[in-house]
Design a protein around this ligand. Structure first.
Ligand code: S3P
Length: 171
């Protein structure tokens, strides 16, 4: 089996929640990219965007993705924009299996509209904008994914079982 299990997808599609459950189910280490970047920088992601700008954050993401090659087999919860850089995707495909989680714009809105910590949706936290950005990013998500799992209306248990079956089938 390839080393890491990368969970990718739009904000609010369940990457963090399901990475936690997957890590419990598999005994793997969980790597939450946003959390690690925030811890290294000593500030939250939205603060990094505000103080240093998005390109700085994207460089930190690329650096972390490259560092993952040295880590033990893990479940990696990526940031929603990690796959926007092709060099990140190339490394992820070499180092693991890439699973795309999907959710409808309405579900995403329901899950994240009260959190206030998504800088790319600042001032645009509404379903039409989420739909537009999701569509714009769809080609990048689809190109990066080895598998896709829809999350709407499913429990974490169901989603993770589906992921593990897909991963095991290609191992
Ligand atoms: C981003 C998604 C966020 C975080 C940053 C940028 C994006 O992660 O990395 O705010 O561009 O989609 P989540 O998908 O975990 O919210």
């Amino acid at each position: 089996m390839k080393k890491h299990i990368f969970l990718i997808g739009f904000m609010g599609c369940g990457k963090s929640t399901n990475a936690k459950r997957l890590a419990e189910m598999t005994g793997r280490v969980r790597i939450e990219m946003d959390e690690e970047i925030a811890a290294d920088e000593g500030m939250e992601v939205q603060e990094i965007f505000r103080v240093h700008g998005e390109p700085y954050f994207r460089d930190l993401e690329t650096k972390l993705v490259n560092d993952l090659a040295e880590r033990e087999p893990s479940v990696v919860s990526c940031g929603g924009g990690t796959v926007l850089r092709e060099e990140n995707v190339a490394m992820m495909k070499t180092e693991g299996v890439v699973v795309l989680l999907t959710a409808s714009p309405e579900t995403v809105y329901e899950r994240i509209h009260e959190t206030g910590d998504r800088p790319v949706l600042k001032g645009n936290m509404n379903v039409p904008y989420i739909r537009e950005l999701m569509e714009k990013r769809r080609p990048s998500y689809e190109a990066a994914a080895d598998f896709r799992v829809a999350t709407d209306g499913k429990t974490s248990e169901e989603i993770c079982r589906e992921i593990l079956e897909l991963v095991a089938a290609q191992a």
